[in-house]
Design a protein around this ligand. Structure first.
Ligand code: AMO
Length: 430
């Protein structure tokens, strides 16, 4: 019976393993193969005079990255990876790999990201690449655990929709029978409607689609958003929840992903500590104004240069709070004493924005006015607005980009490294 390579320890007598041929070396009387499965690598040593002829002919035929099954005796040997080797009695080629490979899995030949993404299935066989996705998995596990244990209900909302969420731009139109339809930018309207349904605490982890034209290292056209909405909570309370979730993800990686962090050569992995500073928007603009060349003033969006300058000053995770109402979406709740400022926040990593959220407008009349003030037509939002007429609890929430969380956590230079099959301006395949 096949066992994971990691479980073949020097104390085991016999083992059967399956995996990919990582490396092949022929030294005359001896052949060495490294076999890799998702748990590790083992050396298979073939003393040509001592193994059956069938083993020898299979080894002569096999190529790198073929899938094989090997069974034999285990010997402790210091020099081999894991301090053991396998001497085969049987060697079966399950699936022969063609040569040459489109991509070198052992990374002796460096490859451009584009080439790697074209052959992602091979790229992801690289332990260092697989490590990123193991870590992403640990992050998502931490998020699920935290939300489920806090009593959240996971929901699934439509990705094919009739209207924009965040305003009229950045939408992908799709063919939907005889109707006009789009890919959803955010579950925003649906998660808010579920507050109207009395669910009180919902979350959704799913794709969001943004038709951003520019190709950057931190934008995808299809991203994964961790979306949360909470009734009877104000913006402070959901900021605390967001902080806890980010810390829970870091902590999970810190405690369960050491070998993967080692593969990525991340020696110093720091779990951020709470509370994250709350930096008012006007102070953030002040910092940017002092540090960057291009002019920036109150009411402007915080662009990449400003984001970088403020991030350098802050040094670790922080929130930008109290945004001008004019530059946040219509659903963000204005302060009563100064409606030009709203209860919206962005969670920032020093490198970039990770999340935005707010306390929401839950009063029908105010919401309609805010939609109009953004130059949008309330009629196209009637399905969303109706629940606000029949008893809507006050509520708050946020959306956190899963890829940006992983990218900033691991110091990846390009967001595409944190997605298996990224979608960008030029990439629709694989
Ligand atoms: P926002 O549009 O700021 O807010 O998106 C929330 C978070 O999602 C991630 N994100 C992206 N990641 C990669 N590529 C993209 N093109 C991209 N767009 C967004 C970011 C961002 O911070 N409805 C609100 C959330 C809310 O208020 O609940 C929203 O969608 O990490």
């Amino acid at each position: 019976m096949r066992i994971p390579i990691q479980e073949v320890t020097p104390g085991v007598e016999r083992a059967e393993i399956t995996g990919f041929v990582h490396e092949l070396r022929d030294l005359g009387g001896l052949s060495f193969l490294l076999i890799r499965d998702r748990t590790g690598i083992i050396q298979v040593t073939i003393p040509k005079k001592k193994v059956p002829e069938a083993v020898l002919s299979a080894v002569r035929e096999v190529s790198r990255e073929s899938v094989v099954r090997v069974a034999g005796t285990v010997k402790a040997i210091e020099k081999a990876p894991g301090g053991r080797e396998l001497i085969p009695e049987t060697f079966e080629i399950i699936s022969l790999a063609m040569s040459p490979l489109p991509l070198d899995v052992v990374e002796k030949v460096p490859a451009e990201l584009d080439t790697r993404l074209d052959s992602r299935f091979l790229d992801a066989r690289r332990p260092r690449v697989a490590a990123v996705f193991q870590i992403r998995n640990a992050c998502m596990q931490a998020v699920y655990e935290h939300l489920f244990s806090a009593g959240f209900i996971q929901i699934t909302t439509p990705k094919v929709v009739a209207a924009a969420t965040e305003g009229g731009t950045e939408l992908f139109p799709i063919a939907y029978f005889e109707k006009e339809a789009f890919l959803n930018q955010s579950p925003q309207l649906y998660k808010q409607m579920m507050m109207g349904a009395g669910f009180e605490r919902v979350f959704e982890i799913g794709p969001i689609f943004r038709a951003e034209e520019h190709n950057t290292t931190k934008h995808l056209n299809e991203a994964t958003s961790i979306d949360v909405e909470v009734s009877y909570a104000d913006h402070h309370q959901v900021m605390e929840l967001l902080e806890e979730i980010v810390i829970a993800a870091y902590r999970k990686v810190d405690t369960t992903c050491r070998p993967f962090l080692d593969l990525l050569e991340i020696q110093e992995f720091q779990v951020p500590s709470s509370p994250f500073p709350r930096l008012p928007y006007d102070e953030a603009i002040g910092i940017a104004d002092r540090k960057i060349e291009e002019p920036i003033k109150y009411g402007d969006d915080i662009g990449t240069a400003a984001e970088k300058a403020i991030g350098e000053e802050m040094g670790s995770h922080y929130f930008i709070v109290d945004w001008p109402t004019a530059i946040k979406p219509y659903y963000a709740m204005p302060y009563q004493d100064d409606p030009t400022v709203c209860k919206a926040f962005d969670l920032m990593h020093p490198r970039m924005e990770l999340s935005s959220g707010s306390e929401r407008v839950h009063q029908y009349d105010l919401l309609v006015r805010q939609i109009q003030s953004k130059g949008l037509n309330p009629e196209s939002f009637s399905f969303y607005l109706t629940p606000f007429c029949y008893g809507m609890p006050p509520h708050s929430g946020w959306g956190l980009g899963a890829e940006r969380l992983v990218m900033t956590m691991l110091g990846l230079s390009n967001i595409r490294e944190a997605v298996l099959f990224p979608r960008d301006r030029h990439r629709l395949v694989p």
